[in-house]
Design a protein around this ligand. Structure first.
Ligand SMILES: C[S@@+](CC[C@H](N)C(=O)[O-])C[C@H]1O[C@@H](n2cnc3c(N)ncnc32)[C@H](O)[C@@H]1O
Length: 215
């Protein structure tokens, strides 16, 4: 599903009103960006953006941000978002490593990790977006009542993530190894990758976790 390089993508992203330029300037001030002050939901590795376009329409009482580091899928996501005309939606052309430069501690209500690259070889485990290095970032930026949702087709990533969350003291609130056959499917909004895996008959692993609260 890798997209062909688009030489115009960079410039289109720089010009697009839904892509926040210089997001570092808004650290701690995201409530000023949206017309309504409401909980901030952030999808990490948005890809082509189906989830965000649907979620921002279904939940106008939340503000939505998509974070993606690769131009071509982000441009597709932004186009989908633009078609909704929702005012509660923005995109960041950003690497997840740089989240602390754009969000202040406690500013985010929920993170979503949807079908993150599984990096199945154990020597690459530090690149997984649920490596403890990343969990420490999410813990810092989430509000005390905040949570994180993970969906994946990869048993390796799911098991690794469960272990990392547990070892770092996160609370596992919901989990299943077959989301689409579970009660959690009711509120589920699918992504492009999810639709592909479900059409192949593959199970979707799902977790909802809450960050550990300091004593
Ligand atoms: C397998 S795709 C899944 C896309 C989408 N979430 C879905 O479910 O259809 C993973 C996406 O995460 C993005 N990604 C991976 N690592 C990232 C990082 N460190 N920062 C931002 N985006 C990242 C990739 O560029 C890719 O678009």
């Amino acid at each position: 599903m890798r997209l062909r390089r688009n030489p115009l993508a960079k410039q289109r992203l720089r010009d697009h009103p839904l892509v926040v330029q210089d997001p570092e300037q808004l650290c701690g001030k995201w409530k000023t960006v949206f017309p309504l002050e409401q909980p901030l939901h952030v999808e990490l590795g948005t890809g082509k953006g189906q989830f965000l376009a649907k979620a921002s329409s279904l939940y106008p009482d939340r503000n939505w941000i998509g974070v993606e580091r690769v131009e071509e899928p982000l441009l597709q996501a932004v186009k989908k978002g633009g078609q909704t005309e929702n005012t509660n939606l923005r995109y960041l052309w950003l690497d997840v490593n740089d989240l602390p430069t754009v969000f202040a501690p406690g500013e985010v209500s929920r993170f979503y990790l949807h079908f993150s690259d599984p990096w199945p070889k154990s020597r690459h485990s530090k690149r997984r977006l649920t490596h403890r290095h990343f969990l420490q970032i999410y813990q810092l930026l989430l509000a005390d009542s905040g949570d994180l949702i993970l969906k994946t087709d990869s048993e390796i990533l799911f098991q690794f993530s469960l272990d990392e969350f547990t070892e770092l003291g996160w609370n596992i609130i919901e989990q299943t190894t077959d989301l689409h056959q579970s009660p959690f499917r009711e509120n589920n909004i699918t992504t492009e990758y999810e639709d592909k895996f479900v059409s192949q008959g593959l199970p979707i692993y799902y977790l909802r976790v809450k960050k550990p609260l300091s004593p």
